[in-house]
Design a protein around this ligand. Structure first.
Ligand SMILES: [Ca+2]
Length: 356
């Protein structure tokens, strides 16, 4: 399939699989992708444990698809735990309700999904889709890399069918779950290690850049003025971070939109700058677990294995997001679910409000 770019040239659409753990910022990444059908051919959405248990992430992915009037989207349930058992010992013992709310979508209450969950396991879907595809496919993970690593271990031939992995995870500087580690990679360092040693082209969207895309009340008002069920849901999700008593990470003044950067990069790579460097994932069972050592200055003289982004045009990012959300003013097809009162229950405060 093809699309027309800004210069009037015909360019192929990006065949894409999103792997996520919705999660507030995952939800906005999904909405951005589904609002960009001219550029992105979204083949399916796979889910994994992360911000909230797997049952919530798969249900939330379907809720968001229905909100976007895309009940035709294929949503798959993936791994209920990660390789690294320290944090996720089982689906039933993990809870992050203080971070992303009871359901993973903050206090925004969307109706239970009515669209069906696909019966195939997410990892099987990833493998089958890649092997059967006549062209290469891009993967966009915005969670622990468990599903992607499982697919690579089960069927190494898929490497040749992956165009690139554009992921949210890692950090050059300080972590957000430990002093050194970013949340997604801390949740499953071994999975991140498998991906970063695979030889597949990787674009790493780490905290260094995603922390720069913080919501403001002005931007939320812009979104609110769109007056659609989608815009209202986004405002309700993100208003939490703008409460007077919200406890935010030092240097953070709003909601940090980590995951939508992955989709924004695919739509407008000119918004970003980075460097091809060597990245190593710490898989030691220590305080360093999940740390990304980024050889920014090439000290180790090792072959680069990732394009690490460190700069973003913040205004351009939010302008893109606002412009694309207008898609939902006029999007066709099935009826949108009714938005219930998004402030039925008070939000919980959190020490880690920007966890991705
Ligand atoms: Ca996420």
């Amino acid at each position: 399939m093809e699309a027309i770019n800004q210069r009037g040239k015909t360019v192929p659409k990006i065949p894409l699989i999103m792997d996520c753990d919705p999660g507030l910022d995952d939800a906005i990444a999904l909405l951005l992708a589904m609002a960009s059908p001219q550029e992105i051919d979204l083949l399916g959405v796979t889910t994994v444990i992360g911000n909230t248990p797997l049952e919530n992430t798969q249900q939330n992915a379907r809720r968001i698809c229905e909100l976007a009037k895309r009940s035709d989207m294929k949503v798959f349930k993936g791994c209920p735990r990660t390789f690294f058992a320290k944090l996720f010992s089982s689906e039933t013992t993990y809870s992050a309700t203080d971070i992303h709310g009871e359901t993973g979508l903050g206090g925004c209450i969307l109706p239970p999904p009515t669209m069906l969950l696909q019966p195939q396991h997410a990892v099987s879907f990833i493998i089958k889709t890649l092997l059967e595809s006549p062209t290469k496919i891009t993967l966009a993970p915005s969670a622990a890399l468990t599903n992607i690593a499982c697919a690579l271990v089960m069927e190494p031939r898929i490497k040749d069918k992956i165009d690139k992995v554009v992921l949210m995870g890692g950090v050059i500087g300080l972590g957000n779950i430990t002093p050194t580690a970013e949340y997604n990679f801390y949740c499953d360092p071994q999975a991140a290690y498998v991906v970063f040693t695979s030889g597949i082209p990787i674009v790493m969207m780490g905290l260094d850049v995603t922390r720069k895309t913080q919501t403001s009340e002005d931007w939320l008002n812009q979104v609110k003025s769109l007056r659609t069920p989608v815009s209202q849901a986004i405002v309700d999700m993100l208003s939490y971070y703008h409460r007077p008593d919200a406890i935010l990470e030092p240097g953070v003044s709003g909601g940090v939109l980590h995951d939508p950067n992955v989709i924004a990069y695919l739509l407008k790579p000119d918004l970003y700058n980075g460097r091809e460097v060597y990245v190593e994932i710490d898989i030691s069972p220590t305080i360093m677990a999940g740390r990304t050592t980024v050889d920014w200055h090439g000290k180790l003289k090792l072959k680069p294995n990732a394009y690490v982004i460190n700069e973003v045009d913040v205004k351009g990012f939010f302008d893109l997001l606002t412009e694309r959300l207008k898609y939902y003013n006029s999007s066709p097809s099935s009826p949108s679910p009714e938005i219930k009162d998004c402030f039925q229950s008070p939000f919980q405060q959190t020490l880690f409000p920007d966890l991705n």
